[in-house]
Ligand binder design. Structure first.
Ligand SMILES: [Ca+2]
Ligand SMILES: [Ca+2]
Ligand SMILES: [Ca+2]
Ligand SMILES: [Ca+2]
Length: 435
């Protein structure tokens, strides 16, 4: 027994002469406790309880606790403790219930104490915050850990940031200004959240984009009322239209292209509603409001289809501009292309301004006549996909070198009218538009 005790004492010898502590992976103890633990093990006793509870010491007797605890999603919590290696950085790693991690950091003061404020993420449930420091031989050593319970918070704005390029005092968002905003949280069935920008749009064509992501099974609806007609469609009736987008596989996009030129300013509000029967957790919303280049094939609107006609807002909005030989209808061009807010009909029979892109002869149904109209333009185009178009007149992909009537027939926006576009119309033979 004496030799066993000697071996135990030897194996428990301090490995850090400065601190007289040692580390056992996953748990830690001070030498006297370590001795008792190993004695118990040597005597066939049960494994000792870890000395380090979730909110107390690992090595160096460090402590760490979070407050408030529980904390609401997105809210700031305070982490504090003492017993750290003095004046050294501390890496804090927050592990969420799903296993994802977020790292942040602080520095222990001269007394070995740490105080850090941090915003809780949007993963409700039991979290663990581990504190590590680079100690002997620069090895990352678990020094303390704290438990943190994150409670779900109802959907609410988390940021609203404006960039005013020229004049921040004018009280509205105009040329070269931008808004980006975000929201996060949960919505119970029937609950909704409405974001209203602090400043309206003014004196400019704008692109307003909203992207919502949630759990796969969530049923969310983004809805709004269009504040002003766009600059492409010669359709004043767009103003005041109520539009919406529903989540599919947990994602929804809604876009608008209000043009406030000549009407002063226009405000809007974006509402997100849980239209399902179960609570939707971990909702994240990102929105922006930026200069609209109406011929841009907006990447943020490829999944947006405000008129539910099966054609993305990106395509319908850009098409309406790309077919104009010069400028747009405001400058005397005949409207052509499409309308991102109308799904059926046309202002004039058998023109090339069609609310539903595959119905080229405006009879409300896709027939061989529509196939023939696209086929007649096969071979036209420049091969530059719409996604590459820029306003720079010095570049080959400039808007000015891209406009042309053929864009009306480029139904997949790849810069050329070919068999793929014909096949798109053929694939819809017999389909009717739905107002
Ligand atoms: Ca559409
Ligand atoms: Ca349409
Ligand atoms: Ca037709
Ligand atoms: Ca094409």
């Amino acid at each position: 027994m004496a030799s066993a005790v000697a071996r135990t004492l030897d194996s428990c010898a301090p490995r850090d002469p400065e601190t007289s502590t040692m580390t056992i992976p996953g748990r830690a103890c001070l030498p006297p406790l370590c001795l008792l633990a190993l004695l118990a093990a040597a005597c066939g006793g049960p494994d000792p309880e870890p000395v380090a509870a979730a909110s107390t010491a690992a090595t160096r007797g460090a402590s760490l606790a979070a407050s408030p605890n529980p904390v609401l999603e997105g809210a700031t919590f305070h982490l504090a403790g003492c017993g750290f290696a003095a004046s050294l950085p501390v890496t804090l790693t927050d592990t969420a219930p799903g296993g994802s991690t977020t790292s942040f950091g602080g520095v222990a003061d001269a007394s070995g104490c740490l105080a850090v404020d941090h915003a809780a993420g949007y993963a409700p449930g039991a979290h663990t915050v581990a504190a590590t420091q680079l100690l002997k031989r620069n090895q990352s050593t678990l020094v303390a850990q704290a438990s943190l319970s994150v409670s779900p918070a109802p959907l609410a704005a988390t940021s609203e940031q404006y960039t005013f390029r020229w004049d921040a005092t004018k009280g509205c968002v105009s040329e070269d200004d931008a808004l980006s905003w975000s929201a996060a949280g949960y919505l119970a069935p029937g609950q909704s959240y409405t974001f209203t920008p602090r400043y309206p749009d003014c004196n400019d064509p704008r692109a307003v984009m909203v992207h919502v992501a949630a759990e796969t099974g969530a049923s969310l609806r983004i809805s709004t009322v269009v504040p002003a007609a766009d600059g492409n469609s010669n359709d004043p009736g767009q103003a005041g239209m109520a539009i919406h987008a529903d989540t599919r596989s947990g994602v929804a996009q809604l876009c608008m292209f209000p043009n406030t030129s000549g009407i002063g300013s226009a405000g809007y509000a974006i509402t997100i509603t849980n239209v399902g029967t179960t609570t939707a957790n971990a909702i994240t919303v990102s929105g922006k409001d930026t200069n609209d280049w109406p011929y841009y094939y907006w990447a943020d609107c490829l999944a947006a289809d405000a008129d539910h006609d099966g054609w993305s807002d990106s395509l319908e909005h850009a098409m309406a501009q790309l077919v104009y030989p010069t400028g747009n209808y405001l400058y005397g061009a005949t409207p052509a292309g499409s309308n991102y807010l109308r799904s059926c009909g046309t202002p004039q029979a058998n023109d090339e301004f069609d609310f539903w892109p595959p119905d080229l002869d405006d009879d409300g149904v896709v027939t061989q006549a529509d196939v023939a109209l696209v086929s007649a333009h096969v071979g036209e185009g420049n091969g530059i996909p719409w996604s590459a178009i820029t306003p720079d007149p010095n570049l080959p992909q400039s808007f000015w070198s891209h406009v042309g009537a053929w864009n009306r027939f480029d139904l997949n926006a790849d810069g050329v009218v070919d068999a793929k576009d014909v096949a798109i119309v053929q694939g819809l033979l017999g389909a009717r538009c739905a107002p």
